[in-house]
Design a protein around this ligand. Structure first.
Ligand SMILES: Nc1ncnc2c1ncn2[C@@H]1O[C@H](COP(=O)(O)OP(=O)(O)OP(=O)(O)O)[C@@H](O)[C@H]1O
Ligand SMILES: O=P(O)(O)OC[C@H]1O[C@H](OP(=O)(O)OP(=O)(O)O)[C@H](O)[C@@H]1O
Ligand SMILES: [Mg+2]
Length: 297
């Protein structure tokens, strides 16, 4: 293969991961010009190009050295790593990217009794992830028949072609619509930056290190929230105990109300309505959750 001096990243051409992956790369300061066939994006400022492909092809392209990195679901990466493809064992997850979250689960017809994995013994299981399913069944000591389907796995029990399924679940809506219920989680997945275990020894290695540093900053900021609230000094301890993880909060006086304090806390991750309601019950009021745009420690 011809040596390359530009970094090449494989990502999904059109699907759930396309927009968030492009957005993330843009936030890392990378911008691209798309070719007319929309399969290749040339990096405008930095020597980083994109190859737009079906997500299933991404691990193979990295393993073959056609691309240096890929943005792909852990489900697809691990299914490939479990296979015997050339170079599969050397692929590694460089960084989870915090989007495309879903899980690979076993789901059974709602009326079917299920207590433990052994209940799957002798059944036919439809899936698009035969490698991950086979490994899990082996671990659980279960002997079942695996039926590999490319898609629409959830209708197999209704059609009578399988007894249960092993498929991706996010909200659970697809399972409910097909009268199925989730019984076991095999893998928690999200989009990851994947690449070979060893960095290239040329400038592409330096570029990957730079990209990883930028990703670190961008993801940290994207997942941070600034929580502002007012509390009485009496309730301060109870309120502080309920704050989501992050550095120590800052306390500010409130003009004209000596028993009141303004609290400012940087939170590492979403702050849910439920958490806000709990904090309010503990005595907080005037609460605001703000996104963080840039951070310089
Ligand atoms: N319901 C979901 N919610 C969130 N993430 C999901 C969901 N379903 C799948 N994913 C994640 O997004 C990835 C891409 O999903 P998508 O449905 O776009 O793939 P696809 O149909 O296989 O696309 P392609 O045409 O590239 O083969 C999955 O491999 C998984 O990691
Ligand atoms: O738990 P839910 O939120 O319902 O999501 C799960 C569904 O999402 C994915 O399919 P997708 O919608 O991408 O369609 P596909 O069958 O064409 O892959 C996955 O294969 C499930 O069927
Ligand atoms: Mg696919």
């Amino acid at each position: 293969m011809k040596p390359r001096d530009r970094l090449r990243i494989a990502m999904q051409k059109s699907g759930r991961l396309t927009e968030p992956a492009l957005d993330l790369l843009n936030r890392c300061g990378l911008s691209f010009r798309q070719s007319r066939d929309k399969l290749f994006c040339f990096g405008e400022g930095e020597p980083v190009d994109l190859l737009l492909v079906r997500d299933d092809d991404i691990p193979g392209l990295i393993a073959q050295g056609v691309c240096d990195l890929g943005i792909v679901g852990r489900n697809v990466l691990n299914e490939f790593k479990g296979g015997a493809g050339d170079g599969a064992a050397t692929l590694t997850e460089w960084r989870p990217l915090g989007f495309g979250r879903c899980r690979l689960s076993i789901a059974v017809p709602q009326e079917m009794p299920y207590g433990e994995p052994k209940d799957l013994h002798g059944l036919r299981i439809a899936t698009s992830y035969p490698g991950l399913l086979a490994a899990w069944l082996r671990e659980q000591g279960v002997d079942a028949t695996i039926l590999t389907l490319a898609g629409s796995v959830e209708i197999a029990p209704k059609l009578g072609t399988a007894d249960v399924i092993c498929d991706l679940v996010q909200s659970g809506g697809t399972l409910v619509a097909n009268q199925l219920r989730e019984t076991a989680v095999l893998l928690q997945s999200e989009a990851v930056l994947a690449g070979p275990e060893a960095l290239p020894t040329d400038e592409r290695g330096d570029m990957i290190e730079l990209l990883l540093k930028r990703l670190e900053g961008v993801i940290q900021v994207r997942e941070s929230r600034l929580l502002l609230l007012q509390t009485s000094r009496n309730a301060l301890e109870a309120v502080t105990r309920l704050l989501p993880g992050g550095p120590q909060p800052t306390l500010l006086p409130v003009a004209g109300q000596p028993d009141q304090l303004m609290l400012q806390a940087l939170c590492a991750g979403e702050v849910s309505w439920r958490q806000l309601e709990e904090i309010k019950k503990a005595g907080a009021r005037e609460m605001f959750v703000l996104p963080v745009e840039k951070m310089l420690a």
